[in-house]
Design a protein. Sequence first.
Length: 125
Amino acid sequence: MLDQAEARLEARHRGFGNRGVIADNAPVEQEKAMKFNALLTNAVIFHNALDIAEIVRQLLEEGWEITLEDLTHISPYLTEHINRFGEYSTHELGIQPEAYETELDVDFTPLREQDPSTAGFGTAA
């Protein structure tokens, strides 16, 4: 779940065309635009989370020690690499992607045991 700072970034970066401004006054069209933007944002975050997990796995295999503290500084909402109007390859559309690995060998128990309000979760940046 995004915190307030990430939600502001999300609103600024995810809008396509017209700088994210919904110019249509029809409520149905506004709702469509908002749902599309939410879907797009979720796809970007999911893709980034998979990439981050793969990098963490590679670092662990290389012998690096990754702590829970290290992971708390990483956000899956990264937008610098997104090229909205960039190069798109259609020859790969028929290729079935490999299944992604769902396991990450990091102990998240300390996070589960903390009270979210005292750990800084759910507070505005």
